[in-house]
Each structure stands twice: as structure tokens, then as C-alpha cells.
Design a protein around this ligand. Structure first.
Ligand SMILES: NC(=O)c1ccc[n+]([C@@H]2O[C@H](COP(=O)([O-])OP(=O)(O)OC[C@H]3O[C@@H](n4cnc5c(N)ncnc54)[C@H](OP(=O)(O)O)[C@@H]3O)[C@@H](O)[C@H]2O)c1
Ligand SMILES: [Zn+2]
Ligand SMILES: [Zn+2]
Length: 390
């Protein structure tokens, strides 16, 4: 018979989520397949021995490389870090920064993913705020220093030493990941993991961008680009009581956009979208989510008096706008970064309260490359989500 584990063994087993007899250790046998969690029983020496736990993950081997499925060690949380068992991770268009190597300072190989929903699985030393079993999310903003000027003003997302989940450190295209405890957001119990994941970037960015603009009930909000961000932006703008115009280059999205709460659908591939917005009275806010500066430039003429263009999409090329266009009518152009963990919590809570949820397509980790391609090809309706938790 196996020996009873020592007190220390038992504590460690629990820390790794293994319960029950050590002679029958808990294994995850789902296709994603963490093969073992922390310990194995060695019959030849009749005792428990530590075992290097591995997990399935999807990494980018080098800038411009293909996504590849790999087995890597399960990460251990350092001081002030939590380990998250990833149940779901959305594929955001910004993951192209990692795949293409267009974000400065990325060390490869790198596991992407910053729309992470899961469960705290282990905590490092000095972590008091989180405990095993809590439902949590991690978004783009992946940690801050607390001491720079921005942090001292509580503006954590603009921290001069900010970390980015899936860019500064490995992200959620994996069965497990670790994150600094300040980057972790609590998740309401009633949100399914796969529907919660996209809220951690696509959701927070559109919710936060809109709630920090000065739109109010009855204002005309145009959402340009009906993808992962845009289809949530329509829902948030509608829930704020705004009149919502969806601007899309894909005529087949009309019915879906109207179902999501848009009052108007403007097919930017068929009509002049700026003129169409002026016919509606001019937009109070245009939320630009289409990753094309040329496309954004083409709609600046749709702003109404005191209207503002809120750019969340990223493209290397400049957006052009004429000064006279801005001056006449006091129009403005601004950008919006997603937000920090407390903004994520607001987004998750608001979405749970109002019933706002992303439309998703789910894929196992092993199909991450195909799933990513669906996003890049604009085939996803509307967010592709990886489900390492099965
Ligand atoms: N600011 C932030 O914090 C933040 C956060 C997350 C993402 N982002 C950025 O926001 C952008 C959108 O991300 P996402 O995940 O929503 O992307 P996505 O799911 O790929 O959706 C983008 C949508 O934009 C439209 N589009 C794509 N290419 C276009 C082009 N060349 N011209 C005109 N329209 C085009 C398409 O909508 P239609 O078919 O309807 O035209 C597409 O569905 C990306 O640039 C991403 O990097 C920024
Ligand atoms: Zn800082
Ligand atoms: Zn993102």
C-alpha cells in the first residue's frame, strides 16, 4: 500500500488542486490534457515524488512565425502573482502584434492571449487578495508599478512600467498562466467563462471608451467595424440609451447588427458612410474599431457638432483629419486604451446586470491557428474563443 502523504505533501497536493488519495492522483484527461498535477506515486520506492507538470499551450515561436501547439511546464506563481487555470481565452485582433512581431520588446517564444477567464489555481507568496477557486479574468493591462507618476495618480493603465498580458509575459492561449495580482479582476458567478473572456478586452475597451465619452441617452453613436469590439460596442451604446448606427464593410452583418441593438446599418462598402451619418444628423461619437486608418479617415466627416471620434483601433498609418473640419463644430479626436482591473470588474458586472454578452465561436487550443485565421479573415461572428478548460 502507498504511504500516507506527509502533512507537507498533502498541503502541496491541495495547492495543486489534487484531492483524494495520492495513490490515485487527479489527472485532467480532456483533449487539452494537463497530464499530471504536481506529484506521482513511485511504486518502486513506495513514496510520492514531485513530477514536473506540463500543460498544453499555443505559442508564437518568433516574430512572423505560425502559432504552434506545445507542451510546456505549468508556470509557478512568483511572489505577488496568482496562477489562473484558463477556462477560456478570446482571440483579439491585437494578438496580431504578437504573431507579426509589430509590438516593441516582445521576447519569443511567447504565448499570446489577453482575454482570459478562469479560476485562481494557486497563489504566490504575499498574495492576500485572491484565493484558490475564485473566478477571475485578466485583460490587456497586465500589471503596474504603483510608483510612477501615472500610478501615483491612480492611472494604472498608463503606468510607465506597465506590463501587458500575453506580450510582456505569457498569456491565455494555455491551460494555465500567471499574472501579477493587481492585474486580476473578479468575475460574477453567473457569467459563463467563454462569454466572459471577450469582455476582458473587447468588452472593457468599448464599454470604457463609451462611458468616458460624453454620450448620453438619445445621442447618435456610430460604431465603425462590426467585429469583436464593434459588436459589443453596439450593445453598450444601445444599453446607454443611444441611437446607434453600425458602420460596416460587410453587408451580411446587417441583420446581426440590428439584432444586437443597432438602429441603423450603414454599408460603408456601398455608400459614403460620412454622408450617411450627416443625413442622420451627425454623430455625437464615432467609436472607430476598424483596424484601418484609411477607413477611419473616411468617416471623420460624419461627426456632428461637438462630436468626437474615439479611436480604439490600431493601424500603423496616420489618420488624417482637416483642421477646418475640427474647428467648425468644435469636433475632437481622441484615443482610448482598454482599462485596468477595476474597469474590467465594472465591465463584467455591467454586462451581467444588463445581459450583454458577446456572440462567440469556441475552439479547443489545438485548433488555435484555424481560429486565429477566422478572426484575421473577418469570418468570425463575432469573437473566436479558445476553451482550454473543454
Ligand atoms: N484601444 C484598445 O485598447 C484596443 C483593445 C482591443 C483591440 N484594439 C484594436 O481594435 C481593433 C479591432 O479589434 P477586434 O478584435 O474587434 O478586431 P476584429 O474582430 O478583427 O474586427 C475588426 C472589424 O473591423 C472591420 N475591418 C477589418 N479590416 C478592415 C479594413 N481594412 N477596412 C475597414 N474595416 C475593416 C471589420 O468589420 P466590418 O466587416 O463590419 O467592416 C472587422 O470585423 C484592432 O485594431 C485591435 O488591435 C484596441
Ligand atoms: Zn506605474
Ligand atoms: Zn485585445
Amino acid at each position: 500500500m502507498p504511504q500516507t502523504p506527509t502533512h507537507t505533501d498533502a498541503q502541496t497536493l491541495t495547492r495543486h488542486g489534487v484531492t483524494g488519495s495520492p495513490s490515485a492522483p487527479s489527472c485532467r484527461t480532456d483533449p487539452a490534457g494537463v497530464r499530471f498535477l504536481g506529484w506521482s506515486y513511485n511504486f518502486s520506492i513506495n513514496r510520492l515524488t514531485p513530477f514536473m507538470a506540463t500543460m498544453q499551450a499555443v505559442q508564437v515561436p518568433e516574430a512572423g512565425g505560425d502559432l504552434e501547439v506545445v507542451d510546456v511546464p505549468v508556470p509557478e506563481p512568483g511572489p505577488n502573482e496568482v496562477r489562473v487555470r484558463v477556462e477560456a481565452c478570446g482571440i483579439c485582433h491585437s494578438d496580431a502584434f504578437v504573431k507579426d512581431g509589430t509590438f516593441p520588446g516582445i521576447d519569443y517564444p511567447r504565448i499570446p492571449g489577453h482575454e482570459v477567464a478562469g479560476v485562481v489555481d494557486a497563489v504566490g507568496d504575499d498574495v492576500d487578495a485572491w484565493s484558490e477557486g475564485q473566478r477571475v479574468g485578466v485583460g490587456w493591462h497586465g500589471g503596474h508599478c504603483f510608483t510612477c507618476d501615472a500610478c501615483r495618480e491612480g492611472d494604472f493603465v498608463n503606468c510607465e512600467n506597465a506590463q501587458i498580458c500575453g506580450i510582456s509575459y505569457d498569456g491565455g492561449y494555455a491551460e494555465y498562466m500567471t499574472a501579477p495580482q493587481e492585474a486580476v479582476a473578479a468575475m460574477p458567478d453567473d457569467l459563463p467563462f467563454d462569454e466572459a473572456a471577450p469582455l476582458l478586452c473587447a468588452g472593457i475597451t468599448t464599454f470604457n471608451g463609451l462611458r468616458n465619452s460624453d454620450v448620453g441617452p438619445g445621442d447618435l453613436v456610430a460604431v465603425q467595424g462590426i467585429g469583436g469590439l464593434g459588436h459589443l460596442g453596439i450593445q453598450y451604446a444601445a444599453s446607454f440609451g443611444c441611437e446607434v448606427a453600425a458602420l460596416s464593410t460587410s453587408s451580411d452583418k446587417e441583420e446581426l447588427a440590428l439584432d444586437l441593438g443597432a438602429d441603423h446599418f450603414i454599408d460603408a462598402s456601398a455608400v459614403n458612410a460620412a454622408e450617411a451619418l450627416q443625413e442622420l444628423g451627425g454623430a455625437d461619437v464615432i467609436l472607430a474599431t476598424a483596424p484601418s486608418s484609411a477607413a477611419i479617415t473616411s468617416i471623420t466627416g460624419g461627426l456632428g457638432r461637438d462630436g468626437s471620434l474615439v479611436i480604439v483601433a490600431v493601424d500603423g498609418e496616420p489618420v488624417q483629419v482637416s483642421p477646418m473640419e475640427l474647428i467648425q463644430g468644435r469636433k475632437s479626436v481622441s484615443g482610448w486604451p482598454s482599462g485596468s482591473a477595476d474597469d474590467s470588474e465594472d465591465t463584467l458586472d455591467f454586462s451581467a446586470l444588463t445581459g450583454i454578452a458577446p456572440m462567440i465561436e469556441t475552439y479547443p487550443l489545438a485548433e488555435a491557428a484555424d481560429a486565429y485565421d477566422r478572426m484575421i479573415r473577418n469570418d468570425a461572428r463575432f469573437r473566436v474563443v479558445l476553451t482550454p478548460g473543454g
